[in-house]
Design a protein around this ligand. Structure first.
Ligand code: SAM
Length: 210
């Protein structure tokens, strides 16, 4: 079984072995003491961990998270990572994200558009160790390329691609081929894996900057 980052464990919670991190509960997830289950059906990054993709994280990394929504996944990330910058452009989920950040001193919510990195470049430190992206809108490869500037040379892009957000009418496999090809402009792709077991028509991608 692949090693998990420090601060992420597989633990028996509610009679079932589950991924878990330590922190304040956020979405009604089962808990055991300070440990909270990380539900891979509600989190693409959780699915990438559960499917044992080699995400290259050891714990304590600086993370730029694009598409934080209400904070379901980024709350787990901030539980085991270092400074975690969470970008979300929709005001409604961003309000929930603020509450999620309150007990997490390492989580910094940013009400910003991930297609306009210049608007948060003065806040996010350069050379982050990982970009986690789950924006689920058209142009997912472009967003990853535009934010590559923040990533350390040996950093990792952990990208969830939703085929239907690019084009509902196309075969997801064809959409994924196009996204992979576009990403190659700025990234070397290390691993890809369909996440269908947990998220239909989604692809998980691990890449590093070229
Ligand atoms: N990552 C979240 C999680 O696992 O908890 C779920 C993210 S949801 C699938 C996609 C989110 O990306 C939405 O909240 C949407 O508002 C946000 N989003 C889409 N395009 C964006 C952009 N250009 N900038 C910032 N946020 C964006």
């Amino acid at each position: 079984m692949r090693d998990l980052p420090a601060g992420v464990e597989r633990r028996e919670i509610d009679g079932q072995e589950r991924l878990a991190t330590q922190g304040e509960p956020v979405y009604g997830e089962p808990t055991d003491g300070e440990w909270r289950a990380w539900d891979p059906t509600r989190s693409k990054l959780g699915a990438m961990f559960d499917l044992e993709m080699d995400v290259g994280l050891e714990g304590g990394e600086t993370v730029l998270y694009l598409g934080a929504a209400s904070g379901t996944t980024v709350s787990h990330v901030a539980d085991f990572a270092g400074p975690t910058y969470a970008v979300e452009f929709a005001a409604r989920p961003a309000r929930d994200l603020l509450s999620v950040a309150e007990p997490r001193s390492r989580l910094f919510p940013l009400l910003k558009d991930a297609r306009k990195p210049a608007t948060y470049a003065h806040v996010v430190e350069s050379d982050v160790d990982a970009i986690v992206q789950d924006v689920a809108t058209r142009g997912q490869a472009r967003v990853a390329l535009e934010n590559r500037q923040f990533l350390a040379d040996d950093g990792r892009l952990l990208l969830a691609v939703k085929a239907r957000s690019e084009d509902v009418t196309r075969d997801p496999g064809d959409v994924f081929d196009d996204v992979r090809a576009e990403l190659e402009d700025g990234y070397e792709i290390l691993e890809t894996r369909r996440l269908d077991e947990y998220h239909v028509d989604h692809l998980g991608i691990v890449a590093r900057p070229r």
